[in-house]
Design a protein around this ligand. Structure first.
Ligand code: HEM
Ligand SMILES: *[C@@H]1O[C@H](CO)[C@@H](O)[C@H](O)[C@H]1NC(C)=O
Ligand SMILES: *[C@@H]1O[C@H](CO)[C@@H](O)[C@H](O)[C@H]1NC(C)=O
Ligand SMILES: *[C@@H]1O[C@H](CO)[C@@H](O)[C@H](O)[C@H]1NC(C)=O
Ligand SMILES: *[C@@H]1O[C@H](CO)[C@@H](O)[C@H](O)[C@H]1NC(C)=O
Length: 490
């Protein structure tokens, strides 16, 4: 007994002395890194040193896993100012809650800053896609993507197909059904992406590819161990299957290039027709779009319904607006004119993006030593424009934590509302990496809201809350019971 006790004490002593040594070393090393630039005119943004090794990752994690992701950033801003440094994921990082600096970073993509992702992620989404491409190649791919999904192309290529997919998916729901809305929105978003990118319309084929894609997406967020049985391995295999499918479509297209009908309205078909990209670049291009459009759209649809559920006044006004379109044209599909006549729905979408923005921060790396105001950011430093800290700043938006779609109608907010090129509202990023799918996403979300609210009422069954880690979600999936309001389907 005594020996065992002594042994325990001994172990505890060793562990605590190791700790003391680590902390001591970390302090010494930090002094070395931090002290040298002190007397220059510019300095490294101030910030906590955090704990050795884990750095500030824990505080960061706690904040983004909660329903208020900027909390950690707000605490640091109070102490150090709108730009501060911290230790994240084993690296020194500069984090910004300053809208002007965030814009500066986005506008200088490729010159002073460069987007930066972990290698495992790069391997999965493909090095030749727009997300990982740099410089000239990125600009080329980005302009192809923007061009394919431009506002004036949507009405020809997407308006009809989106509604068809929407009706297919919503048609599976029935009166009194209990639905995990989060899963349902994921299904819609995946089916939409598969349909619009690959031009696939048959329901069974959409479902098959959607399954590959679902495996693929799960792996993107998992630990990168490429061994049988792990999600990352499954994802790599799913990536192969998707590429295989794309390859076959390319072959079909080359086979009878005169009849483009085989590939429908999909981006892939138009890509092969209008642009000249190498085959493996085509595959990575499409996979990048699939990846970028899946989660974001699904979660914005979901959050919009959650916010509306908590705000009956907004729900009523949105329903009125959407039903008015219905009364005029019962049973038919919505037209482009209809889409342009949903001002309140557009406010709901903007407010959902502000309050529940999926892209809460961007990841960049300084390409060179960058001077900004009184700060210097050394080359190679990780830079994080924290968008949601601006979207949820009380000095920028009155009553910033309240869902208030009407705020976007106020004349004083019209300038802020410029989501294509604004400083205070950037849910789709900005500059050279501005989201090329933004217009498409907004169309999908508006049409989803239309078909959902004009066909169903719902009751929330379980308490729920948002979390933004590992990805944006409702922790309980938002469980609802549906009531179908019309016998005939709209
Ligand atoms: C509500 C939905 C969406 C939101 C909030 C959103 C947000 C964003 C943001 C913030 C970026 C910039 C990332 C950065 O600068 O690092 C981005 C990039 C991108 N988005 Fe979206 N997005 C949405 C939907 C879509 C859809 C539907 C597609 C495609 C079908 C898409 C395709 C892309 C692509 C390809 C990029 C990378 C562009 C580049 O790196 O050059 N997004 N998105
Ligand atoms: C909010 O905005 C004000 C005014 O621009 C700024 O002084 C403050 O530091 C910001 N707060 C955060 C947490 O970003
Ligand atoms: C994309 O959609 C699939 C299927 O619903 C889902 O499993 C996955 O988590 C989503 N996420 C990402 C990051 O694409
Ligand atoms: C798809 O085609 C590309 C280029 O022709 C080729 O390199 C790749 O191996 C093919 N992939 C699959 C899974 O068939
Ligand atoms: C974006 O805004 C800046 C100034 O705020 C302006 O110089 C630029 O031309 C705008 N770009 C677009 C595409 O509207």
């Amino acid at each position: 007994m005594a020996i065992k006790d002594n042994f325990c004490v001994f172990i505890i002593l060793i562990i605590s002395s190791v700790f003391v040594i680590i902390i001591f070393l970390a302090k010494v090393l930090n002094k070395k890194n931090g002290g040298t630039r002190g007397d220059l005119r510019c300095r490294f943004p101030p910030g906590s040193k955090g704990w050795p090794i884990v750095g500030d990752s824990l505080g960061w994690y706690n904040a983004v896993a909660s329903s208020h992701p900027p909390r950690f950033v707000e605490q640091q801003v109070q102490r150090y100012g709108k730009m501060f440094s911290c230790n994240l994921f084993g690296k020194r990082a500069v984090v910004s809650a300053d809208p002007a600096f965030n814009r500066f970073v986005m506008q200088n993509e490729g010159r002073l800053f460069e987007s930066s992702y972990p290698k495992s992620f790069r391997d999965l989404v493909g090095k030749d896609g727009v997300i990982n491409a740099k410089g000239e190649q990125q600009r080329k791919l980005h302009s192809i993507a923007s061009n394919m999904m431009r506002l004036d192309k949507l009405k020809f290529h997407f308006l009809h197909d989106i509604q068809m997919v929407m009706k297919q998916c919503l048609g599976d729901l029935h009166h009194n059904q209990v639905v995990i809305l989060q899963d349902f929105c994921r299904k819609i978003a995946i089916n939409l992406m598969v349909n619009q990118l690959l031009g696939v319309t048959s329901e069974s084929e959409v479902n098959e590819i959607a399954q590959f894609f679902s495996d693929f997406a799960d792996g993107c967020l998992s630990v990168p161990i490429n061994v049988l049985g792990f999600a990352y391995h499954k994802a790599m295999k799913a990536r192969g299957s998707i590429i295989d499918k794309i390859n076959r479509t390319i072959e079909i297209h080359r086979g009878h290039s005169s009849s483009s009908s085989a590939i429908g309205n999909g981006v892939l078909g138009r890509l092969l027709e209008e642009e000249s990209l190498a085959d493996d670049a085509v595959a990575d291009f499409i996979i990048n779009l699939l990846f970028a459009g899946n989660e974001t759209t699904a979660k914005t649809m979901l959050f919009a319904v959650c916010f509306l559920t908590q705000c009956p006044n907004a729900m009523k006004q949105l329903l009125d607006e959407q039903q008015n379109l219905r009364f005029q044209r019962a049973g038919e599909m919505l037209t482009w004119q209809d889409y342009k006549s949903m001002p309140f729905t557009q406010c709901v979408i903007d407010e959902t993006l502000r309050l529940g923005g999926i892209a809460i921060w961007l990841m960049r790396e300084a390409k060179v030593d960058v001077e900004y105001q009184e700060y210097i950011i050394p080359k190679g430093c990780f830079v994080v424009p924290f968008l949601s800290a601006v979207h949820l700043n009380e000095s920028v938006y009155d009553d910033c934590l309240t869902f208030n779609p009407w705020r976007w109608m106020a004349p004083e907010n019209q300038e802020k509302r410029n989501w294509r090129n604004g400083t205070y509202f950037a849910p789709f990023g900005g500059g050279a990496r501005f989201c090329p799918g933004a217009e498409l996403a907004r169309l999908q979300i508006a049409l989803f809201l239309h078909y959902f609210v004009t066909n169903f009422r719902w009751k929330q069954l379980r308490e729920d809350r948002m979390s933004f880690f590992p990805s944006a979600r409702m922790v309980n999936g938002f469980q609802i019971r549906l009531t179908q309001i019309s016998a005939g389907w709209n």
